[in-house]
Write a protein that binds this ligand. Sequence first.
Ligand code: ZN
Length: 682
Amino acid sequence: MKKQLFLLLAMGSAVFASCGGGKPASSQEGFDYTVEKFADLEILRYQVKGFESLPLRQKELIYYLSQAALEGRDILFDQNGKYNLRIRRMLEAVYSHYTGDRTDSNFVNMETYLKRVWFSNGIHHHYASDKFVPGFTEDFLRKALESTDASQLPLKEGQSLDEFCAEIFPVIFDPSVMPKRVNQAAGEDLILTSASNYYEGVTQKEAEDFYNRMKNPSDSCPVMFGMNSRLVKEDGKIQEKVWKVGGLYSPAIERIVSWLEKAAGVAENEHQKAVIEKLIQFYKDGDLKTFDDYCILWVKDLAPRVDFVNGFTESYGDPLGLKASWESIVNFKDLEATKRTETISANAQWFEDHSPVDARFKKEEVKGVSAKVITAAILGGDLYPSTAIGINLPNSNWIRSHYGSKSVTIGNLTDAYNKAAHGNGFAEEFAYSEAEVALMDKYGDLTGDLHTDLHECLGHGSGKLLPGVDQDALRAYGSTIEEARADLFGLYYVADPKLVELGLVPDGEAYKAEYYSYMMNGLMTQLVRIEPGNSVEEAHMRNRQLIARWALENGKSENVVEMVKKDGKTYVRVNDYEKLRGLFGRLLAEIQRIKSEGDYAAARDLVEKYAVKVDPALHQEVLERYKKLDLAPYKGFVNPVYTLVKDKEGRITDVAISYTEGYAEQMLRYSKDYSALPDINE
Ligand code: ZN
């Protein structure tokens, strides 16, 4: 599970950063955090502080793991939609070889479209999952293709350009073809109406039946069925095509394996070597039991400085929440900042025991909550360029309850967001008064980080399912409920006097910054991420609106929170922070009950009532106010570039890091150097 950037943090927390004193933050310490802006996106770069001073062996380990992290990019493109690789390659060919007027609006709009495709790893918005509307004409693209050397184009064997256009153009230009990557609309066949490439020729019912048949209710250690395969119907027979060496995506997986083999050779200790070797074994045999063995080894691997995620991990891209998208991050521990999360996890049992949920749903013994602040060294697959700021893995419920989980907060990415957004006027526009702005200015950075830590280290790891409850019982509502559970745990405890006692917050006022920004975000400002007329789709956004709306509604009789008008503009006003905490506690208890009992109907009712619908008038207002600030609602990162430094004998003497690569430059290089998959993967 991952925690995405809290919207306010993404855009406004700059205001809350205590550093800066008027200097443009992007040039602080001589590091330029900003790269470029287009569409609704801003590209940043992050600094890998401390890399230079790592021992050579750790640098080498990071280097090999970072190569393995980049080799999976094409897998994600293909998972996100079966035409994505061909469309990307076609557009890259035009972009690289076009000899016409590159300032013409058709070309400029095609360039923007391509940049968005790179950003989303496909033709659908990375967050909203709607298909992009191209700002260039079919006629322009056809002519551009005609003047491109056919050998550069992803034509099928024997396919003419006309046939190619007939096949591909509707996917780009016809709004009714593959309109959504992940459709969550209740009542529709979620598989047939989703463009993601996890199922072929099967209905939702067929897929659900297929996996339900695999489940054995008495198995207390079930593998995550379906996680690493595409489910297809061929010749009337439903079967899985497994992603492994020799299976689907083999050319990319073989390369990942070869880099992992090099990494194993420079692992920090024998345990870490065994972790990497187990992952290699899983990539080779595709057996989900091997994957569980790998997860168990990985979660116990706590000693090394360097760590990584590499593989099929999160299931947000599958409407049924089974199939895992490929992602990778390589990182090393930030020793200083980790002291904060160590304090939290050292007290995990206290937090579990004192939470407001029913005792039947609590863990008697919270195991192995390991938490650290990490410095990201490379981002790949579903963590690139858009990324998480916190990650908690593994996702298997029984492994989590037997062996615990590893929870990380990615310090250098949060830092880059903060610095790049410094002084952008967001809080001044949307916060009710100067008092709230000052509150968030004073504490927002700290409490934002703490909320992330609590969400990851404790929230996801807390609670338990009642015996016999299916971990997928909440089906399409499962992700939203799980994120709400983790967020509420964080919200409830960020206000606890225990945090003052532990020295994690300076005083009993600090939590109000998080409460205010959370409510403002959930009730209003996250709407800037949604196109007019659409509803809330993404699990983290749904969870935030669910919590904020529920608290607004259920606190109405006591006027805990209200929406007020001032000079014609709408604001969120929190009248009673203590009562708001009480509401968060009540909702946490209910959400935990739903999860523990697998109460699908209650999950559906809560999500549909509070999390999905958007007030069109308020939405319109928020969009207009936001537009005036000229900010990008989504951000992502270019990676640094690592190069092996060798002496005359060819021995590695160092690994150099540089930060000069541009966005298009990096994407084109990745498409050239890390692109082992064929155009069509069947
Ligand atoms: Zn989460």
